[in-house]
Design a binder for this molecule. Structure first.
Ligand code: 17E
Ligand code: FE2
Length: 411
């Protein structure tokens, strides 16, 4: 199968792509079609590696308002609302909602998802459901599962054992939530516990780290130090890190050296943290999104996540990563021409590093033929005009498509 005239990752030169046996067999200018080979002319449209949702909570998706709405819009009321919903969880309920959400994501070109699954549940119902879904959906969506202790590791009954059980059930990644633990001491101990659990079981780490507007929330320095000392480096990710927005600059200057040495990844969730943070401020109100521009300038890997699809923490969400990027660029003031053109990296190549996909990902000969084609000539236009993903191919198989809407002024 031959795709002609693709604009691969904003390249000014159009290339052709031959797909064979589910892999990119050849990528070059002007490849001649073999006799009888199926040919699709992309006519200069943008072709990107598939979108990656590097941070979402699939177990909580599509539950907003059930049984109560989050009225204050804070993270902490969200956790209370979810705790009520958690009492009603069944495996069938989780699977039905996740099946719907994953299809919303796939229709928008997402093929890889890292989902945080709440393990502060004595029955581990959602974890069991997600482990099954990871296998059932694997031809369409690669799901990576984080054992995420929403109500704490030290501050929740039997919290450590639940984390161990979740890892033994097959979680891919170990999480933590230092800013939710009762004390600073618990916070540090929870991080040491989580990172050592990951190291012992050869798992990745992704911590909900300092998701609070408290400038004294300093879980990040512990995460980075342990990543360095245990030589886990880029197997470790700090998500949210919204307190960094409020850190004083002298502290950030000192911290940056450690962050670079540690090689850890960052995930920012600009849509949701713009909504959740700054809620205890009057005016001026903090934006509360981590320092994406400065981290990026220092060569540190940052990706963007959606975080939520219609749940106690976010009353909107449709599985489309476009709005995440759009908000991310605005709130971090990364609005230069190159910033906008290259911003797809936040939901593709940067996220692939965080998920540790290696050579299973990317538009290159010999790799799996997984890609999306957008109805635009480059990512600048795709972002600006909210262009749909016309087709999404995974391992050489089409798994989603869209028909663009036509909007016409009648004068
Ligand atoms: N749980 C949490 O601790 N933080 C979040 N942003 C979400 C769930 C969505
Ligand atoms: Fe999150």
């Amino acid at each position: 199968m031959l795709f002609k005239n693709a604009c691969i990752e904003n390249s000014s030169v159009l290339r052709d792509i031959r797909v064979e046996d589910g892999k990119f067999a050849k990528i070059a200018e002007n490849i001649e079609a073999n006799p009888g080979e199926e040919v699709i002319d992309l006519g200069g449209k943008l072709l990107l590696p598939p979108f990656i949702e590097s941070h979402v909570h699939l177990d909580t998706c599509l539950t907003a308002g059930d049984p109560v709405w989050n009225m204050s819009g804070t993270l902490f009321e969200g956790i209370e609302c979810w705790s009520k919903r958690k009492d009603k969880l069944s495996k069938a309920d989780v699977k039905e909602r996740v099946n719907r959400a994953v299809r919303m994501q796939a229709a928008n070109g997402v093929q890889f998802v890292r989902t945080h699954v709440d393990v502060t549940d004595p029955k581990l119902t959602a974890m069991e459901a997600l482990i099954e879904l990871r296998e059932e959906l694997k031809d369409f969506m690669e799901i990576q599962i984080v054992a995420f202790p929403q109500e704490g590791i030290l501050s929740y009954p039997n919290g450590k054992q639940l984390m161990i059980d979740a890892v033994n059930m097959g979680a891919d990644v170990v999480g933590a939530i230092p800013h939710f633990e009762f004390t600073r001491e618990y916070s540090v101990e929870s991080l040491n516990f989580a990172i050592e659990l990951a190291a012992k079981n050869d798992k990745l780490v992704d911590v909900h780290c300092d998701e609070i507007d408290d400038e004294a929330s300093r879980g990040l320095e512990t995460v980075a130090t342990r990543a360095l000392e245990l030589e886990l480096f880029d197997k470790v990710t700090a998500s949210h890190t919204t307190a960094m927005h409020s850190y004083n600059n002298a502290y950030v200057n000192r911290l940056m050296r450690l962050l670079k040495m540690s090689k850890i990844n960052f995930v920012s969730n600009p849509l949701v943290n713009t909504h959740l943070q700054g809620r205890v401020d009057t005016y001026p109100k903090r934006r509360g999104v981590t320092r994406v521009k400065e981290l990026t300038a220092e060569g540190i890997n940052v990706s963007f996540g959606h975080d939520d699809i219609f749940d106690p923490w976010y009353p909107l969400g449709n599985g489309n990563m476009r709005d995440v990027v759009f908000m991310g660029l605005h709130v971090t003031q990364m609005m230069g021409y190159d910033d906008i053109m290259n911003s797809y990296n936040f939901i593709t190549n940067n996220a692939a590093r965080t998920l540790y996909l290696g050579d299973r990902y990317g538009i290159a000969e010999g790799r799996p033929a997984s890609f999306v084609v957008m109805d635009a000539k480059n990512y600048y236009d795709a972002l600006n005009y909210n262009s749909p993903v016309l087709m999404s191919y995974k391992n050489g198989k089409k798994i989603a498509e869209a028909t663009p809407a036509v909007r016409t002024a009648l004068f």
